[in-house]
Design a protein around this ligand. Structure first.
Ligand SMILES: Cc1cc2nc3c(=O)[nH]c(=O)nc-3n(C[C@H](O)[C@H](O)[C@H](O)COP(=O)(O)O)c2cc1C
Length: 187
């Protein structure tokens, strides 16, 4: 993740095309319920204003660098698309036309697939990004963006890094290595 940008704006048309490319990602039952909303550099400050709290903006050492992002992409998904798809003849036996039966809501899974695809496409194109998960203000952000019937999965802030990143405290955590998290099963 990069969280301090240099203010370079991302080209609108290029980003919209890249988002369409990211939507090649897998989608359960071909439900195609993920949506991507792109915001130009001129709207970054307004987005950060609705997505965060005043207390955070006053105290965060990162806010200045994030305000210099060159674009934001909101990743959402539409649960109804999945409920309708899984009510179709070839899927109805799954019982998943009833929202309460989903052990793991695939609309969020699909949104994660698309998010990762977009992050990789950005990296490959020499842009840097950070993902903000959805843990606050989602209703406010969706209202501000005029989005209905969808759930916010994440926001991706994009730009060119300016080398002034404040290292995430998360990076100092003791975590099992990547190799320790790979397990070969021999049942
Ligand atoms: C679901 C999810 C939510 C995240 N939310 C935030 C966030 O709100 N703010 C932030 O700065 N980083 C967020 N991150 C980024 C993680 O902090 C970051 O990926 C992790 O610390 C590892 O660092 P690295 O990706 O730079 O290697 C999130 C990542 C994921 C996958």
């Amino acid at each position: 993740m990069t969280r301090s940008f240099d203010g370079t704006p991302v080209d609108d048309e290029w980003l919209d095309e890249l988002c369409a490319e990211a939507l090649w990602s897998p989608t359960a039952g071909n439900s195609a319920g993920v949506r991507l909303y792109t915001l130009s550099a001129e709207y970054v400050a307004a987005y950060i204003d609705v997505a965060t709290d005043e207390k955070w903006r006053e105290s965060s050492r990162r806010v200045e660098g994030l305000l210099r992002a060159g674009a934001v992409v909101l990743v959402t998904s539409r649960p109804q698309d999945y409920l309708e798809r899984y009510a179709e003849a070839d899927k109805v036996a799954s019982g998943l036309s009833d929202r309460s039966n989903w052990p793991l809501p695939y609309w969020h899974t699909d949104a994660a697939m698309t998010t990762m695809a977009l992050l990789l496409l950005l990296e490959e194109s020499n842009w840097r990004a950070t993902i903000w998960g959805n843990f606050r203000n989602d209703g406010i952000v969706l209202d501000w963006a005029g989005i209905n019937d969808e759930e916010l999965f994440a926001a991706i802030l994009i730009g060119r890094g300016d080398g002034n990143d404040v290292a995430s405290s998360s990076l100092g955590r003791e975590v099992p290595s990547r190799h320790e998290r790979v397990h070969r099963l021999t049942p």
